[in-house]
Design a protein around this ligand. Sequence first.
Ligand code: ATP
Ligand code: MG
Length: 560
Amino acid sequence: MKTTNLLIPTQKEAPNDAQIISHQLMIRAGLISKLASGLYSYLPMGLRVLKKVEAIIREEMNKSGAQEVLMPVAQPAELWQESGRWEQYGPELLRFNDRHNRKFCLGPTHEEVITHLAAQYIRSYKQLPMNFYQIQTKFRDEIRPRFGVMRSREFIMKDAYSFHLDQNSLQQTFDVMHQTYCNIFNRLGLDYRPVLADSGSIGGDNSVEFHVLADSGEDAICFSDRSDYAANIEKVAFSKQSRTCKAKASEEKVLTKKKTSIEDVAQFLNINQEQCVKTLIIKTSDGFTALALRGDHELNEIKVQNLVGEFEFASDDEIKSLNLKKGFIGVKALSVNLIVDYSASALCDFVCGADEWDYHLTGANWQGIEFNEADLRNAVEGDVSPDGKGKLLIKRGIEVGHIFQLGTKYSQAMKANVIGESGKAVTTTMGCYGIGVTRVIAASIEQNHDDRGIIFPESIAPFQVVIVPINYNKSTRVKDLADQLYQQCLDAGIEVLLDDRKERAGIMFADSELLGIPHRMVLSDTHADNGNVEYKARNNPDKVEVKFDEVLSFIQSKLG
Ligand code: ATP
Ligand code: MG
């Protein structure tokens, strides 16, 4: 294609709301255009990239044996009422009424629709397993849409849902999808890791997220420095530690005055936060509970919820009503159940609140205190890896995919049964598998850019080759050579862009670099004199002169 036939509105400056590099570059390169918060149009260059990502995903999904379908974006409330999610799903679900006042929502995901389809059409165990996928628009009314298409309200997802007679069959498809995702992300040229994940509210236990490693990522991923262990920080499970220390100090009450935070107390007493114990009070359906953690550790609310059910933090008034002093709560004067995190219960001679205003205890120990122990915290860097091999490192990740085993959560609620081998009805077992198609583009740019712009991997670049002729509109020699090269590339099936604008060379170079086209050919009168073309790869600073008659085979040798 020719540049003058395309809308490529490149710009020098990024908009103010673009905080991360991929958002800035996608706008600056004219790939996308913002319509409203979390809503973006794909312009011609952006759409070319999107279509390439989709094609790779589609090819690999087809190879895996999944079948493609396309379900509606608008979904009737009845289906969501049947699954129980009409009530459960928060304000991310955009609900509306049609002209007959019937309730609908815009699909944030499609478990309900696909399970409804399966209930209608899959009758016999002989039809199983089946895996359906679609590449389609989702709508989630995100509380904070940000980072451009990374967290938008309308986005494209590849979602797949599989149906099985039993867990064994689900596990097989789950493993195939795991491998398929690896194939997809490899072809997309991403540096990614599959990590163990919490399945959150969607249900099911076996869940793996695929994260692209990038500093701008919103998730924290823990890796072992010596094994393959990798998990979302929230999912790292710790077991009970044996206490290696011995109580030596005698307990003392010290005046810490207004020091209520662990940080201030540790600094004031000149000790590490690791030597402190902090106590939090929560309210559950059974009343109040105290949770004790090491000072440097953070509470993992999912672990707590799994342990005690729904909970909230006690209010200041509730803490007062328990006769406790906020900021100085210890572990000795509690009238409520106490659960101590494994690494806090392994401490000796620690510092904790003295349950008196302005005082803390030093040299405190657990002897004589009644409590239960549990895993309550998030991992921190340097923790021993749960598989016992190596220490944990923490990196930031962007979640680009998620596969999970749903079990019978939806099939049971929505009666997706089949007639089993014995002639009796069996509830199908389900898996579901998502990829953030549009988020993948942003994630790729986070990993592939420099100060001049995007460096697209060939597999998803909008064009493979750009021809930049200098003085195309003035020099007939240059024009003839450029047109000839352009035609040769087209005939050879190469995706080529000819920059035929009446622009200065500097602008054409800058635009081609901003757009991240992998291979650039420059032609000018000087080159014409020498019978050469100048070649430069986007990811390599070196320029190479290539003889005009050899340029096509040269370029072909460069293409993957
Ligand atoms: P997140 O934790 O980032 O909100 P999620 O757990 O809600 O993601 P899933 O429901 O598993 O996401 O959806 C599957 C995939 O869709 C995600 O792995 C992600 O790549 C993509 N995705 C989810 N929400 C968005 C969004 N708001 N904008 C763009 N892509 C998204
Ligand atoms: Mg989400």
